[in-house]
Design a protein around this ligand. Structure first.
Ligand SMILES: NC(=O)c1ccc[n+]([C@@H]2O[C@H](COP(=O)([O-])OP(=O)(O)OC[C@H]3O[C@@H](n4cnc5c(N)ncnc54)[C@H](O)[C@@H]3O)[C@@H](O)[C@H]2O)c1
Length: 337
């Protein structure tokens, strides 16, 4: 176990890497806490929840909506939860997003902590304080930026993780390597999903490296005015496809990263789109896909990053170095076709 304190503008997050869920009772008082989880995590790891007030949600992105948040708030009110309480999200990114957002607005804000249970939540969703819910086809349209008090890692939770969720997690890891870490990109090229699954130390090191990489970006730009936008590599098109086609988050951003890499070849002289595509495919991710361009453009034109008729698009100059460039809606529409 390794403890690291990561500081932000007006708060800090205590990280407990490669630790155990049993440690949770040292970080939050079970009598003054509520755990939020989903039915799959609850069924796979029942011991974690013994002696804790627990709210169990249905699993899935379709439940990451304001109605679910309202229902959780009602249950918390019935349980008599006051401002002394901690809300702990034990689950994947859907749960950490709902828990972080609910904790941020419940009685104007209560303490919050996460025990991420998917690879994607460990290396991405739980980090950086952005938490929110979807509105129709628009991902994460409502929410806030607020850091949790702690993030506790227990990699043994991944023993029950379905194969497809490993693939999803690697999509975000590949994204981090593309935008920030050429060395990690080369390591990923040499290894495979199964090398990381079989070698726990290798996995623990990869998880910690990704957490610190994302935290460094967020620390420089907590409220997303500049560098944090690079984390959106692949997400602009990815989000436009994700809810429309019921793709998983990882699959959607993988298609988005493929498109962004090819666009980078046209607009920022990027020479390695084939390596990005090859790596995504090696980790079981889709790259080129058929989709309705008109519909995708409709959603893109509502993108949060759009200003006038341009979208701030994240492109690569080389592996490990991202840039943001305004790209006209017109150019995107042509490139998509
Ligand atoms: N806030 C952020 O900065 C941020 C960043 C990236 C992604 N996200 C969000 O994260 C979400 C995706 O996260 P996700 O992929 O973890 O999805 P998820 O939470 O839906 O989990 C995926 C599936 O795995 C199951 N599961 C979770 N842990 C398990 C375990 N240990 N064993 C067995 N099954 C388990 C879940 O029940 C679910 O069916 C999206 O909503 C996305 O928008 C947020």
């Amino acid at each position: 176990m390794q403890h690291k304190k990561v500081r932000f503008h007006n708060s800090h997050v205590d990280y407990y890497f490669d630790s155990s869920a049993r440690k949770l009772k040292q970080l939050a008082d079970p009598r003054l806490s509520v755990i939020l989880t989903d039915e799959n995590v609850f069924a796979a790891h029942p011991k974690i929840f013994a002696n804790w007030n627990t709210i169990v949600l249905k699993a899935g992105e379709q439940f990451k909506v304001q109605d679910t948040v309202d229902a959780v708030i009602e249950q918390m009110l019935e349980m008599g939860v006051d401002r002394q309480y901690t809300l702990v999200g034990v689950g994947g990114g859907v749960i950490t997003d709902i828990a972080g957002y609910t904790a941020g607005i419940y009685k104007r804000g209560i303490r919050c902590g996460f025990v991420p249970s998917t690879l994607l939540a460990l290396v991405d969703a739980s980090i950086g304080g952005k938490n929110g819910v979807d509105v129709g086809a628009y991902k994460n349209m409502v929410g806030l930026i607020r850091q949790p008090a702690f993030i506790l890692h227990d990699l043994s939770l991944l023993n029950s993780l379905p194969e497809a969720e490993w693939v999803n997690g690697f999509a975000e890891i590949i994204k981090h390597a593309c935008i920030k870490d050429a060395g990690m990109f080369r390591q990923l090229e040499e290894k495979s999903t199964s090398s990381y699954r079989k070698q726990r130390k290798l996995l623990a090191a990869l998880v910690q490296k990704n957490v610190m990489l994302k935290n460094r970006v967020v620390q420089k730009d907590e409220f997303e005015t500049g560098e944090r936008r690079h984390l959106n590599f692949g997400h602009t098109l990815g989000h436009a496809l994700e809810n429309q086609y019921e793709l998983s988050h990882g699959q959607a951003i993988s298609i988005g990263m493929t498109f962004a890499s090819i666009l980078s070849g046209q607009l920022s002289n990027f020479k390695n789109a084939d390596r990005v595509v090859g790596l995504l495919e090696n980790y079981g991710l889709p790259t080129f896909a058929q989709f309705d361009r008109e519909k995708a453009m409709q959603v893109l034109s509502k993108d949060k990053k759009k200003e006038n008729d341009t979208i701030h698009f994240v492109l690569l100059e080389r592996i490990g170095k991202a840039v943001t460039k305004p790209v006209s809606i017109d150019h995107l529409s042509k490139a998509l076709s």
